[in-house]
Design a protein around this ligand. Structure first.
Ligand code: FAD
Length: 389
């Protein structure tokens, strides 16, 4: 019998387990993979402030530190943004194989039991509690819990069985392909983003340096707009940009770009991170929000145990917390994403040209938006509802 069972030892699950356990709850964290953190389905970029909110920075899991981002429009016009302005994915490039394990270790140190190679199968409701069926090393067994936290990623089985989320449509998910490449010759002080319908329909390509010679090189595309799988665009991108190096790893994965869901809870159950479609609809970045959501889920689990009430009503406090933190940004960026998807390459080039070369490093986001609108007055109408929010 547990207070809390957490499914999935990614950033959301380990953070939830840590917070619940350090508040004295009896916690079980399960992970279906043999090793936490591998394979890495991530470009590993995250801003410094979003990490510092929840963990003490440890150099062991920082592969690289960058000062900003370089963004390229389809005709390769360059825009340079400072790290503070570039969003939740720019600042550090992590070593997630080590980072994810570090977080799981923090959960264990706080008192959570951690089982790897253990898969969540299903749950049933009995007398206000949940019986959770798990498969561990081929054997099925059942545990009892008051609260189940689904932090089981984009295809969350917990979320679907609970009826909180539905399968995503082809325009609500980015399909990604990524190589880890070595022997590269690049400036490791920046992360690089490339836009354009030919490069990445409905998404973008990226190069996130992990040091002077290696980088995550990837592409995310929207299946509703792409005619070919993401790997096709990745190989074409590498050829176009002339990246020379050796591929030592390949991963494919998906990121939800849904926006904000109405609720991430029902009786006894909360969803956190990609399971609740918490990743950013423009960048696809999800580490920052996964950590925040996990933190809040752990806190609310404690409140529920204290109140001996595991109803949807009390768990709604979790919805309030994550929505106050990043719900508005999910909503706004979903609208922005929809507007960007309608822009053709020519417009993107024009926008980039109007601010390229300006010293954006010292400008606020608002100042940049004003520059864009000054050079492209039609944008004022396009973006008016987003600007006055
Ligand atoms: C190619 C790619 C590049 C990306 N790049 C970035 C980036 O640069 N920056 C950024 O912020 N985000 C990035 N993301 C998104 C980021 O990886 C996710 O948003 C983040 O990992 C979400 O964390 P999470 O804890 O919610 O889920 P996950 O990290 O997906 O963890 C879920 C865990 O649940 C486990 N699990 C699933 N089902 C079960 C089950 N039935 N039983 C037990 N365990 C289960 C999984 O094995 C997994 O370990 C990228 C994603 C992709 C695919």
């Amino acid at each position: 019998m547990y207070d809390v069972v957490v499914v999935g030892a990614g950033p959301a699950g380990s953070m939830a387990a840590k917070v619940a356990a350090e508040n004295g709850l009896k916690v079980l964290l399960i992970e279906k993979r043999q090793e936490i953190g591998t394979p890495v389905r991530c470009a590993e970029g995250v801003s410094k402030r979003s990490l510092q909110r929840f963990v003490e920075i440890d150099k062991k899991w920082i592969a690289n530190e960058v000062v900003g981002a370089k963004i390229y429009s389809p005709d390769m016009t360059e825009i340079v943004l400072s790290e503070e302005m570039a969003g939740n994915e720019v600042g550090y490039v992590l070593e997630r194989k080590i980072f994810d394990r570090y977080l799981a270790r923090l959960a264990a140190k706080s008192g959570a039991e951690v089982y790897t190679k253990t898969t969540f199968v299903e749950f049933r409701r009995v007398d206000g509690k949940l019986k959770v069926k798990l498969r561990k090393l081929g054997e099925i067994w059942e545990v009892e819990t008051n609260i189940l936290i689904g932090a089981d990623g984009v295809e969350s089985r917990v979320g679907r069985l609970a009826g909180i989320i539905r399968t995503l449509k082809l325009n609500e998910i980015e399909s990604c392909a990524q190589y880890l490449m070595v022997g590269l010759n690049l400036d490791p002080n920046y992360t690089y983003f490339y836009l354009g319908k030919d490069i990445a329909p409905g998404g973008y390509a990226w190069i996130f340096p992990k040091g002077e010679n290696s980088a995550n090189v990837g592409v995310g595309v929207l299946p509703s707009m792409a005619e070919k799988p993401a790997k096709y665009y990745l190989d074409k991108f590498i050829e176009k940009v002339g990246i020379e190096g050796k591929i030592i790893e390949f991963v494919a994965g998906a990121v939800p770009v849904y926006g904000e869901i109405d609720t991430a809870v029902c009786n006894n159950i909360m969803l956190a991170g990609d399971a609740a479609y918490h990743s950013d609809p423009i960048t696809g970045g999800g580490i920052a929000n996964a950590l925040a959501a996990g933190y809040y889920a752990g806190k609310v689990a404690f409140d529920a145990v204290k109140a001996k009430d595991f109803s949807e009503k009390i768990l709604k406090r979790y919805d309030e917390l994550w929505k106050n933190d990043f719900g508005k940004k999910l909503r706004r960026n979903k609208k922005l994403q929809e507007k960007f998807l309608k822009m053709d390459d020519e417009t993107l080039n024009k926008l980039a040209k109007s601010i390229s070369g300006k010293n954006l490093k010292d400008m606020s986001v608002l100042a940049i938006v004003i520059e864009l609108v000054k050079a492209n007055p039609k944008l004022l109408f396009e973006f008016k509802d987003l600007l006055i929010q």
